[in-house]
Write a protein that binds this ligand. Structure first.
Ligand code: SF4
Length: 391
């Protein structure tokens, strides 16, 4: 078992107080013991925070007035600051959060097709400010990497999303509306391992958000050693951002492939699925962005079939969302259909992701990058585009 440290650091807007949001159950219990209280107080407070959306200790009615006073003096429940929010006609919701230090991260909620009040709502959560991995088709990658998010900044995104449905609902009648979480926003979650695992533990905990392990998905571009750690530390669904069926193309599209090539990645994916613990029935989804004339030919589809033949998985094709100065275009619907047919005929369950929320720039890959596009690579592209238009 890899080590998840018991002591964690929390970024707190009020450094005089301890932010309880994002604390693991064990750390919160130790916090209460440190206050001279019983450890079970942690479970009570977690339920108020994560199940009732309460951030005011004086609304936690099963705590004594003395304990409420004590908590109000030394502790806080503080999510990242909402800098911008926009709710789309189709039910999509988007938030831009300002985190400690002034950086921006983005969170997107996408409802199921029917957009029913209690229907499926999937929240795409960020794990880092920017990303170091510089995938060629990704808007976030072009921003470069700023810093890891703390557990409070990660779980705070889910807390705020649920809160947005709780306004005007009496505390006793509140319930969380987000049904699914994907760690698929800004950043590579396995490069911010401990806060991400702590956050996912809070998502699964009966005292936390209580989500089913099948409804929490971590998406990785393939940080192979951490995939083995993840299999031991927590039971969640795994998505792999594959995007290419051979090393030469993947080296170009997902540069981390040069460090962890496909043979290593496939071995780690199989190890994740075939976990020795029979209670862990792991699921793997292969994510494949459809880039016109780059990775979308019939030959690529057949190569993908051969690559994945021994890996039980489903395949999710993602129509590319072009962004400013992106060097790629979206594959046509006919091409995506033909590609998916080859995969389906080979026996794979293959879905095509619907693009939603385009009207608020909430489609995947268009995160805060649109606000802060600042790597040299973006500048190079701009120069290239400018030289083509003036030639
Ligand atoms: S696709 Fe994911 S891993 Fe790659 S640059 Fe974008 S955020 Fe980072």
């Amino acid at each position: 078992m890899s080590k998840i440290p018991v002591v964690e650091t929390f970024v707190d807007e009020n450094p005089a107080k301890t932010n309880l949001l994002g604390m693991s159950q064990a750390v919160l219990a130790a916090f209460f013991v440190g206050l001279g209280e019983k450890p079970f107080r942690a479970n009570q407070v977690m339920k108020w925070i994560y199940q009732s959306g309460v951030d005011d200790f004086y609304q936690m009615t099963n705590l004594s007035k003395k304990l409420q006073d004590k908590l109000a003096r030394v502790a806080t429940i503080t999510p990242p600051t909402v800098k911008f929010k926009k709710f789309s006609e189709d039910g999509t919701r988007k938030w831009v959060f300002e985190v400690a230090g002034g950086s921006l991260v983005e969170t997107v909620l996408i409802p199921a097709d029917d957009n029913k009040q209690f229907g499926r709502k999937t929240l795409c959560i960020s794990s880092q400010v920017g990303c170091a991995l510089d995938c060629a088709f990704c808007s976030t990658g072009k921003q470069g990497f700023e810093r890891d998010l703390s557990a409070s900044e990660i779980i705070g995104q889910l807390w705020v999303a649920n809160q947005s449905y709780m306004q005007d609902v009496p505390i006793a009648e509140r319930q969380n509306m987000v049904t699914n979480v994907v760690m698929m926003g800004m950043g590579e979650p396995l490069l911010n391992y401990e806060p991400v695992v702590t956050s996912m533990q809070l998502m699964l905990s009966d005292f936390g958000f209580g989500l089913s392990k099948r409804r929490v998905t971590l998406s990785t571009s393939g940080i192979v050693p951490k995939m083995y750690d993840l299999a031991k530390d927590i039971d969640v669904a795994l998505a792999i951002s594959l995007h290419a069926p051979n090393d030469a193309l993947r080296n170009e599209l997902v540069p981390i492939n040069k460090k962890y090539p496909l043979a290593d990645l496939m071995a780690a994916a199989k190890a994740y699925v075939y976990d020795e613990n029979p209670r862990h029935k792991k699921h793997v989804t292969i994510e494949y962005v459809m880039l016109k004339d780059v990775n979308d030919t019939d030959a690529h589809a057949h190569e993908l079939v051969a690559l994945l033949q021994d890996l039980p998985c489903k395949i999710n094709l993602i129509p590319f969302n072009p962004f400013s100065h992106a060097p790629y275009a979206r594959s046509s619907n006919n091409r995506i259909h033909a590609f998916s047919q080859i995969l389906s005929q080979a026996g794979f369950v293959c879905t095509v992701r619907q693009t939603r929320g385009d009207d608020i720039d909430a489609a995947c890959g268009q995160l805060v990058g649109q606000v802060a596009d600042k790597t040299r690579r973006a500048q190079r592209w701009q120069q290239r585009v400018a030289s083509h238009t003036t030639a």
